[in-house]
Design a protein around this ligand. Structure first.
Ligand SMILES: Cc1ncc(COP(=O)(O)O)c(C=O)c1O
Length: 387
């Protein structure tokens, strides 16, 4: 079955469905384009698998699903040539959870954890929550103006006790699908300094168009496998984040043991329905994903055109469904408000740049129906800044 735009255009009422994205604005006329989930119906293969499981009627403790882990392994081998050994896989209820476990598992209190900014806010929060020092370096631009790693800036920023670097691949919020060469350079840089890399690859299935592609960090430098931890999940690509199923892939036995020790007795098992949905998504939802990418690509182009018309800088979105908008030139006309607060008063909920380490920016989630996106962009156009 092919999934055309008609499928993704289908109106779905998320108000009153315990949706975080919509619920925070309950009772207000605000279109929520903030937290990263999608307003679309899931793949029918996922819904059918969940319905079958629900109809069973017994919801006791689940054991780790061998079938779902095998689906994860087959999927990554077949799509990306990423060879994952079953012994390397530790199921976790979320990537943020995995990230926080890893910060506690690596090094000792007081050691440093590094990343680049702007970045997904939990990368900036996890080190402090784990008694580690956060070190950041700014992203740069490459010769063609794309966001790029600045290894010299990173080198200057890193204290000797840096034990972990957190990488976002593909990148939220900058939308880059890193090339094998970029990943290799970064991994080699970290390796030379004895730094473990945690690669968050939750957006891997959301590369929007060629020539861009998702390269697992593990495939860019297979010889560095023992200093790499990859975090994977079907949740972003297949819109299952409410089902809490993710995976840490840890080839090095010592790191794996430290990770298991840090999570012991604290981290709950993956939910029964999370397993069912993950297996169905990896095995049976490829036609849905391809239809989704068509839909997102067109939405991305609509948002880019609007940003161009407003004169707002926005890096090309190679991957993800997130646009990163630079409102710094208009800050003095926002009544002293941060961009997200300012636009909220105009009926659009964006995610402010400040928690990403970039005040003056905002992130717009365009994974919504086209009629809603058009209304939201119209509201932004009429906010009085871009005339
Ligand atoms: C880069 C990145 N990692 C992790 C997450 C969240 O993962 P989880 O819901 O599995 O904790 C998100 C959600 O937007 C994300 O963008």
């Amino acid at each position: 079955m092919a999934f055309s735009s008609t499928f993704f255009d289908a109106p779905v009422e998320r108000r009153g469905s315990d949706s975080l994205k919509w619920g925070v604005y309950a009772g207000n006329d605000v279109l929520p384009l903030w937290v990263a989930d999608m307003d679309f119906l899931s793949a029918p293969a996922v819904t059918e698998a969940m319905s079958r499981r629900a109809a069973h009627g017994v919801y006791g403790y689940a054991q780790d699903s061998r079938a779902a882990v095998e689906a994860l392994i087959d999927y990554h081998r077949d799509h990306y040539g990423f060879a994952i050994d079953r012994a390397w896989v530790i199921p976790v209820p979320g990537l943020v959870c995995g990230l926080n476990i890893l910060c506690r598992a690596v090094g000792a209190p007081g050691d440093a954890v590094a990343t680049t900014v702007p970045v997904y806010p939990p990368f900036l929060e996890a080190p402090g929550l784990s008694g580690r020092a956060l070190v950041t370096a700014p992203m740069a631009r490459d010769a063609s103006g794309r966001p790029a790693f600045d290894l010299a800036a990173l080198d200057a920023a890193l204290p000797p006790a840096t034990r972990l670097f957190i990488l976002c691949n593909p990148h939220n919020p900058l939308g880059r699908a890193w090339t094998p060469a970029e990943l290799r350079d970064l991994l080699a840089f970290c390796r030379a300094r004895g730094i473990l890399v945690c690669s968050d690859e939750i957006h891997g299935g959301l590369v929007l168009d060629p020539p861009h592609a998702y390269t697992p960090a593990a495939c860019a430098a297979p010889e560095f496998a023992d200093t790499l931890v990859t975090l994977l999940a079907p949740s972003k690509t297949y819109n299952l984040p409410g089902l809490s199923c993710a995976f840490a892939v840890i080839p090095d036995p010592g790191t794996r043991q430290c990770f298991r020790h840090a999570m012991a007795g604290i981290v709950p098992h993956v939910n029964l329905f999370g397993w069912v949905a993950a297996e169905a998504a990896y095995r049976h939802a490829e036609p849905w994903r391809l239809g989704l990418l068509d839909y997102l690509r067109a939405n991305r182009d609509t948002v880019s055109a609007a940003a161009r018309a407003w004169g707002v800088a926005m890096p090309p979105v190679e991957a993800t469904y997130l646009a990163w908008l630079d409102f710094r030139p208009w800050l003095d006309r926002m009544d002293g408000l941060a961009p997200a607060k300012f636009f909220l008063a105009h009926g659009v909920g964006l995610m402010d740049g400040a928690p990403f380490g970039a005040p003056g920016f905002a992130r717009l989630n365009f994974a919504t129906r086209r009629d809603l996106l058009a209304t939201a962009l119209d509201r932004l156009s009429r906010c009085g800044l871009f005339t």
